[in-house]
Structure formats: C-alpha cells, structure tokens
Design a protein around this ligand. Sequence first.
Ligand code: C2E
Ligand code: MG
Ligand code: MG
Ligand code: MG
Length: 279
Amino acid sequence: HNAKEFGLEWNRYTPTLQMHAKSRLDLENEMRIGIEREEFFIEYQPQVHLNSGLVVGMEALVRWNHPLKGLLAPGEFIPLAEESGLIVPLGDWVLRQACIQNKLWQTMGYTPMVISVNLSMRQFRQFQISEQIGHILTEIGMDPQYLELEITESMTFDKEAAFGQLKSLKKLGVAISIDDFGTGYSSLHYLKSLPIDRLKIDRSFVKEVMEDNNDAAIVSTIASMARHLKLKVTAEGVENHEQLEFLKLQDCHDAQGYLFSKPLSAMEFEDRFLSQQVS
Ligand code: C2E
Ligand code: MG
Ligand code: MG
Ligand code: MG
C-alpha cells in the first residue's frame, strides 16, 4: 500500500507517470465501455483426469478483444479491473457466460462436466456472494455441482471472513479450489480448517519439475499433503509427457496444460473435446 500511495503522490509532479496514470484511466474507461459492447470473450481449457485420460472439466479464461489494441490477455487488464472495482461486473459476466455455455453443452447431450471460474478478491469479498451466484445458477438452471470456483491463497488471509464466505458457497453446493497453490502464504493451519475441495499446483513448480529437484520435491509434497487432507489436486501448466508421467507417479488427480490443449473458443472446445465422446 505504501508503494502505491507513494506512486500516486509522485504522479502529480512527473509528466511520464502522469501519462501513465492517464493511460490507466483510459483503459479503465475503455473497459467499462467494452463490457457493454461485449468485447470480452471466454476461452475454455480442458482439465484431464490422469487415471482415465478423460476430459472431466474446463477452466473459463477471459480475454479482451480491444478495438484498437487487439487481443489482450487477462494479465493486461485483470489487475486494473481489480483495482478499479470493474472486476465485479466483469467477473459477474464471466461467471454467467461460462455457466450458460456449460449448461448449453449439457442440454445438447454431452456428458456433464465441471466448469471452473476464477474469482477475484473483490468478488469473493462481496456481501451475499453465494446468494448472487445462487441466483445466477437458478436463472440458468445449472446444477451447482458443475461449478467450481477458484480462489487464491491470499484471499484466505482474513481467515474469519474467508471461512464465512466459503461456508456459504459450499452450502450452495459449488466446489472450491485454491489456484496457484504454493505461491501464497496459506498456513497448514488454514488449509486443514477451510472448507475447500482442491489444490491447483502452480505452474511455476510444474515447469521445471524434471530439471529441478526442489520443484519435484514441492510438487510431490503438495500432492501427498492433499491426499492426506482428502483434497483433490490439479497440476497446472503441464507441457510435456515427462511432466505428465511424474505427476501420475505422485498420484496427482487431474492436469491442465498445453500438452492437452491451449485455452480454446467454445466452438473449438466442443469440436475437440465434446463431439468425440461416446455418451
Ligand atoms: P490461472 O487461473 O492460473 O489460469 C491458468 C493460466 O495458465 C492461463 O493464463 C492459461 O492460459 C495458462 N496456461 C495453461 N496451461 C499452460 C501451459 O501449459 N503453459 C503455460 N505457460 N501457461 C499455461 P491466462 O489465460 O493468461 O490467465 C492468466 C490469469 O488471469 C489466470 O491464471 C487468472 O488468475 C486470471 N484470470 C483469467 N480469467 C479470469 C477471470 O475471468 N476472472 C479473474 N478474476 N481472473 C481471471
Ligand atoms: Mg485459475
Ligand atoms: Mg493458476
Ligand atoms: Mg492465477
């Protein structure tokens, strides 16, 4: 916080940073308009069950087709959306859109799959978040068991507040996973008491799991800890067969990564991963 305040103060006196602030404001306004104009869209990345090799789920990942800047990755606008609060309407749109698509696939007769949606801190902190999500699911007619919400470790920092929110979300019937696990500061004490279902091992550990003994030890430890805590584990960022074999040996349940597929448009996802299946 201090650094940010310092930054703001600095802005008043330096033209470059002032420009920086202006372009941030521009982007914020463009985002506001972009939500209305439906410039955002979702890509879906398959999640694969390692024992069976079957696609069992998908993660919804937002992108922005900016009228001038072209295609923007979430890293280029989510932080600003978080800061400005625009993540609330944007996140709401993503959740609704992702559930509509998932429900549509179910209606078309494809085997029902779980859809994972990333929740931001602001969304997670919202008053009556579970009621709001409940309304969306009822409206769409989607069974809550097919929705998984991804939060990060930092969101559980205020344990009491996080516990209350998580409990009400669990009561709704949705699943909760901890994204980017291992990069935050969650204590083992939190982990054992929070009502969560899954850990997603951050891809930074998976990346060099074959070259770096420390990364291998971390992945193996997270997987075994999760097993003992009766949590499911997903490995993120799996890019090659060697990593996959290692993860199978660690009894990792599911995996996600370029080895299986990059995030795809709804149409591509359907073609590649739904149409093929025998129902
Ligand atoms: P995340 O939730 O951890 O999502 C996984 C990211 O890893 C995605 O990046 C995905 O494209 C990328 N990825 C998947 N497999 C591989 C792989 O094998 N190798 C590599 N190098 N990368 C892989 P993406 O789509 O750029 O999203 C980045 C982050 O932005 C997400 O990380 C998530 O934290 C955030 N994000 C995306 N969509 C949303 C959203 O709708 N709401 C919120 N609040 N955050 C979102
Ligand atoms: Mg995620
Ligand atoms: Mg992640
Ligand atoms: Mg992330």
